[in-house]
Design a protein around this ligand. Structure first.
Ligand code: GLU
Length: 497
């Protein structure tokens, strides 16, 4: 049997879960599900000042909403817990002691001023700043004595200056770093807490993480991490650095490009199915121009080595398009159930409606409107003409469609004709309507547009004959005559919107 596949998503709870983090989580989840591995949620809250409980909760909520569940984590536990770094200080101390014992680290007493001077000198000489190694060779006894005396110190990892470090990355191939680029970096701070690099690697080692799938911005840290795993004497995990997500103008994605956090998308009415589908397309191509990919299908299709190396471009239009697709695919019954309380509040339906044919009609209207909607607003706007009486009329429409002398008369003719239509279905209504157009010798639009305005109060909308069929004979006739009356009595003035 091969090695157990164990991956982790390790967000820092310092804000909302953003689209980039969500994608990293999703890729980890997909890989784990496909490989029958384990997906761990770890909370990287070593930065106590910036970490908040609210952010922690929000991240978990967002992941749950997206349907990205974890096998081990802070709330569900697991054999490798605890899963919040703030609760793991003992584990970090154990690894610290191990590295002291194996002489992989040394205490460094350099002051902030000394380090600053080194940095400035490097800058003057045009070199990359790098720790000089001043404390590297302090004899053990002297170091112990200074620590004993209470001198402030950090711990640094001894990194060999010669040679190179290879990061095995499943997306990028082998990435080689010269060791001369890596200095003896700090793993333990003067305040007695681990640095981010150290805590992260200890956790990956202790939690037996086999694949580290994370954002590209961490690639430059990775040779340091490899050095740490080697110092621990554990197998170095494989890496997969997923590409950055850029705005359409290739700048860094930020607030000004619109919603970027999962909760904002959620509030904007984006469905979780649409968002995870979109996340997949950010860096992964399902092939054959395929774009609609459900979670289950993605589990089958996903391949780390087919994730692109180049940046993914954020495309809100694509997300909206996917959302429209998933939106329309919802079951009409579920939509009715969801919107029922709102419709009761708006007076569209009766809270205690039991009439079967009315309920069936509500469902039919919903199904019809849903098939033409991209989001909840579309559904709400779309059902209004059916569920609510028309009490306002589009002002421009009134000017254009209701101004002709003959309009009231024509509307009444349409109403009369509808009385004769049987059965009252789209096809038969259309036939009768076209006959009337012929008889009156008018252009189609001259009859269609005023009729639509009279029936819905709007100038645009779905096919007129569908609208009439859905409204039913009684309501259609009533609305046409009511509009004719209002026009004749000149009472439309206050009803224009
Ligand atoms: N806490 C880090 C972050 O949020 C995780 C880095 C990693 O996955 O190793 O970026």
């Amino acid at each position: 049997m091969g090695k157990q596949i164990r991956v982790r998503f390790a967000p820092s709870p310092t804000g909302a879960l953003h689209i980039g983090g969500a994608r990293t989580a999703y890729f980890n989840w997909l890989f784990a599900r496909q490989q029958k591995g384990t997906f761990v949620l770890r909370i990287d809250d070593t930065d106590r000042a910036r970490s908040t409980e609210a952010s922690y909760q929000q991240i978990l909520d967002s992941l749950r909403w997206l349907g990205i569940g974890w096998d081990e984590g802070p709330d569900v536990g697991g054999t490798f817990g605890p899963y919040r770094q703030s609760e793991r200080i003992d584990v970090y101390r154990t690894y610290l002691e191990q590295l002291k014992a194996t002489d992989h680290i040394y205490p460094c007493f350099c002051t902030a001023e000394q380090l600053q001077a080194e940095r400035e000198e490097a800058q003057r000489k045009g070199r990359a700043p790098r720790y000089s190694g001043r404390c590297r060779h302090i004899p053990r006894e002297e170091a112990d004595r200074r620590i004993e005396a209470g001198e402030a110190h950090v711990y640094r990892l001894r990194v060999s200056e010669a040679g190179e470090t290879t990061v095995r990355d499943l997306i990028r191939g082998d990435v080689v770093f010269q060791n001369s680029e890596i200095d003896d970096f700090i793993i333990w701070k003067a305040d007695g807490t681990p640095t981010y690099h150290f805590a992260s690697c200890v956790d990956d080692a202790a939690m037996e993480i086999s694949h580290v799938i994370r954002a590209e911005e961490h690639l430059s840290n990775t040779p340091r991490h490899v050095a740490l795993f080697q110092a621990f004497g554990v197998e170095v995990p494989l890496f997969a650095h997923v590409p950055m997500i850029l705005a359409p103008d290739r700048s860094k994605l930020s607030k000004r490009h619109g919603a970027t956090s999962v909760s904002e998308y959620r509030e904007a009415g984006i469905l979780p199915e649409a968002l995870v589908n979109y996340l997949l397309l950010l860096g992964f191509s399902p092939g054959e121009d395929k774009e609609i990919v459900s979670r289950d299908e993605a589990v089958q299709l996903f391949q780390l080595d087919r994730v692109t190396k180049h940046a993914a471009i954020y495309d809100v239009k694509k997300l909206e398009w996917l959302n429209a697709h998933y939106f329309r695919s919802q079951s009409p019954d579920a939509v009715v159930a969801k919107l029922w309380p709102t419709w009761v509040e708006s007076g569209y339906v009766r809270a205690d409606e039991v009439d079967r044919s009315t309920i069936a009609w509500i469902r039919t209207v919903t199904e019809f409107v849903l098939s033409r909607s991209r989001n909840w607003t579309d559904v709400m706007d779309g059902v209004r003409p059916y569920f609510a009486k028309v009490n306002t009329y589009d002002a421009k429409g009134v000017q254009k469609q209701f101004s002709g002398q003959d309009v009231p008369h024509r509307l009444r003719l349409v109403a009369d004709r509808l009385q004769t239509v049987a059965p009252f279905t789209t096809v038969v209504i259309e036939r009768a309507f076209r006959e009337l157009i012929e008889e009156l010798q008018v252009k189609g639009g001259e009859l269609i547009h005023p009729t639509r305005l009279a029936l819905t109060g709007m100038t645009v909308g779905p096919g007129l004959f569908d609208v009439m069929a859905l409204l039913g004979r009684e309501a259609s006739v009533q609305r046409l005559n009511a509009a004719a009356d209002l026009i004749e009595r000149g009472e439309l003035v206050n009803l224009q919107k």
